[in-house]
Design a protein around this ligand. Structure first.
Ligand SMILES: *[C@@H]1O[C@H](CO)[C@@H](O)[C@H](O)[C@H]1NC(C)=O
Ligand SMILES: *[C@@H]1O[C@H](CO)[C@@H](O)[C@H](O)[C@H]1NC(C)=O
Ligand SMILES: *[C@@H]1O[C@H](CO)[C@@H](O)[C@H](O)[C@H]1NC(C)=O
Ligand SMILES: *[C@@H]1O[C@H](CO)[C@@H](O)[C@H](O)[C@H]1NC(C)=O
Length: 565
């Protein structure tokens, strides 16, 4: 989710969107935001106010179903408009802003101990009164992490409910949002998680302690959330086609009314934007939540390492950057001549040190398919001659990124040399690792220097990382372009190689046909850092239930600890 893959996808979508913009009859979804509710107006009459606005703009084209959704806590509604209609709407009295619907994407065991939060920390009994609203891909309710053994009934203030599956006393709310009803075949129309990301984030905040968890032996230990007694309310807004802003706003709207105490949102805007706070839906939504005493903890984004790579900078948000912690996962490749190179990936396959023929992708283009070495060297889809690749380890080049190559024509393994280094380890459908371009050149010269080059790829191993904590390159950087004297992001937390609950419907590499179904997965991103800080905020709130979001945020940001290894 948090790799470069979604970014590439997004560029394609952008191109598609630009093309659409030329055809004027195409109405697209917009959020019409009208500021605060009119004074004295009772909230049940708000939808009719929205209908009047829609009638005024559409005139003879108006149909009763034009207003797709009326929000309750925000004086705002969703309707489909042409660009010209959206401009007219924006000019109308009472209209504060008109936002086009856009898409977001998503972006352990050890991590809690590492930040000095051991399992036997003092806890307040009020921890179980706190409800965490998680806006994400949903949840896998049968996971051990979400069992309600030992839990009493939900706090009496709770007004939420569960759609499609029965709540327990741990998951006390689960709803889904898809206002445009735009599903794919693989989507499950339910708050159930088909991706894993949402279960991962929810269990990092408030999952139970589960012993003996590992990813095929990697990252083994006890998986636990920071506040295992807190309750979880799930708001599924992310689907196979991404997360729509209109759905995100609907989730905030209901979470506020349901009575959550804190919102955890590991979402990322698909392109970096620097809008003033009240021109940014996420900032507006979290502002209204803050006014109701609800703190929003948010992932800073995975668009680093350049400056100004965050999209949301509002001072009422708790924006979380990622750091490494002391456990690091590495993967090694050994050549037939005994030389070993270390790279990045999560490789659970064991080739048992067996040597396989090693070839350079530039030497085996799929000529019949119109390719030559200039494309096959990058292992672009279909660019390789399948017969030449089968059963061999293939050396490929890449500028950056790790587009998943699936099973690559039956190759035994893949080595990618990257021009820009990558510190975000991912799992693939076959033995694979990413190395530096320098090492890739050395391996290439080994291939050209010998008739029968061979290599083997080892199963990943854990090493103790001395350089800690360290902000990895992917974590989005500040400063804050909107309010220059307020720094962003606000805080860092572990976000690299975190193990937590997963959905068994999404295999380890996310590639169809990968048979490695998993209950727990090791993933990285500011998405993983955010729930750590959400949990820390809940922990503070459990001792000081009356503290405001600003007080909790201040306590977290102004309390330090001295690291000694
Ligand atoms: C979940 O409930 C909704 C509304 O009742 C229904 O339309 C949908 O099909 C259900 N989903 C599943 C997977 O059963
Ligand atoms: C559904 O999403 C696709 C791609 O994101 C888009 O092209 C299509 O227009 C959408 N359909 C509706 C009904 O919004
Ligand atoms: C590869 O093919 C492209 C066009 O398909 C051509 O422009 C290029 O010169 C070729 N490169 C080599 C090394 O043959
Ligand atoms: C190299 O490979 C060929 C067949 O691919 C084989 O006949 C030959 O024995 C191999 N040579 C060495 C030195 O392994």
């Amino acid at each position: 989710m948090v790799s470069l893959r979604p970014c590439l996808l997004f560029i394609l979508l952008c191109i598609a969107m630009i093309n659409l913009a030329h055809s004027n009859n195409d109405r697209k979804a917009y959020i019409v935001y009208m500021g605060d509710h009119p004074k004295g107006m009772d909230s049940t009459s708000i939808p009719s106010l929205h209908t009047v606005m829609a009638q005024e703009v559409l005139g003879g084209d108006y149909k009763p179903e034009a207003v797709l959704h009326s929000y309750k806590n925000f004086n705002a509604f969703v309707m489909k408009l042409t660009e010209e209609e959206a401009e007219r709407m924006a000019e109308m009295d009472n209209v504060f802003s008109v936002f086009p619907n856009t898409k977001y994407h998503l972006h352990t065991t050890r991590s809690w101990d590492f930040i000095g939060f051991p399992q036997n920390v003092n806890r307040a009994t009020t921890e179980s009164d706190i409800i965490v609203g998680v806006l994400d891909t949903g949840i896998w309710p049968e996971s051990e992490s979400f069992s309600d053994r030992g839990f009493g009934p939900p706090p009496s203030k709770w007004k939420g409910s569960c759609h499609n599956f029965t709540c327990n006393n741990k998951i006390i709310g689960a709803k889904y949002y898809n206002i445009l009803q735009n599903f794919t075949e693989d989507d499950m129309i339910s708050p159930r998680d088909t991706n894993g990301h949402g279960s991962h984030c929810a269990s990092t905040v408030a999952g139970n302690s589960v012993n003996s968890v590992s990813l095929f032996g990697l990252a083994s230990g006890t998986s636990r959330g920071g506040v295992p007694s807190a309750r979880i309310a799930v708001y599924k807004i992310c689907w196979n086609k991404g997360c729509q802003v209109i759905d995100m706003l609907a989730a905030f709207d209901e979470a506020i009314d349901d009575g959550v105490d804190i919102i955890s949102a590991s979402l990322e805007s698909p392109s970096i934007q620097h809008f003033p706070y009240f021109k940014s839906v996420f900032d507006v939504a979290s502002f209204y939540a803050m006014r109701k005493g609800i703190l929003t903890s948010q992932a800073a984004g995975n668009s680093g390492p350049s400056l100004y790579t965050m999209s949301y900078h509002a001072p009422w948000l708790l924006s979380v950057a990622a750091t490494t912690f002391d456990r690091k996962i590495v993967t090694k490749v050994q050549l037939g001549n005994g030389v070993v190179y270390e790279g990045v990936s999560i490789n659970t396959f064991d080739l048992e040190k067996k040597l396989y023929p090693l070839i350079y992708a530039g030497d085996v283009p799929n000529i019949a398919g119109g390719h030559n070495s200039s494309t096959s060297r990058y292992c672009i889809e279909d660019s390789l001659d399948a017969d030449s690749v089968k059963g061999k380890i293939v050396l490929c080049e890449r500028i950056h990124g790790t587009e998943n190559v699936g099973f690559l024509s039956g190759a035994a393994g893949v080595i990618f040399g990257l021009i820009y280094p990558q510190d975000l380890p991912e799992a693939y459908a076959l033995p694979e690792l990413l190395i530096t371009q320098w090492d890739q050149r050395l391996i290439h010269s080994y291939i050209t220097s010998i008739r029968n080059a061979t290599a083997t790829i080892f199963k990943s191993e854990e090493i103790n990382d001395g350089l800690i904590p360290f902000v990895p390159s992917f974590s989005s950087r500040g400063p804050n372009p909107i309010t220059v004297n307020t720094l962003k992001p606000d805080i860092t937390a572990p976000g690299v190689e975190v193990i937590a609950a997963w959905s068994p419907l999404n295999p380890l590499s996310s590639v169809k046909g990968d048979k490695r179904t998993i209950q727990y997965n090791v993933i990285s991103g500011t998405s993983m850092a955010c729930p750590h800080v959400t949990a820390a905020a809940v922990y503070i709130k459990s001792f000081y239930p009356n503290w405001t979001p600003a007080m909790i945020k201040s306590a977290l940001m102004t309390t330090g600890n001295h690291f000694s290894n």
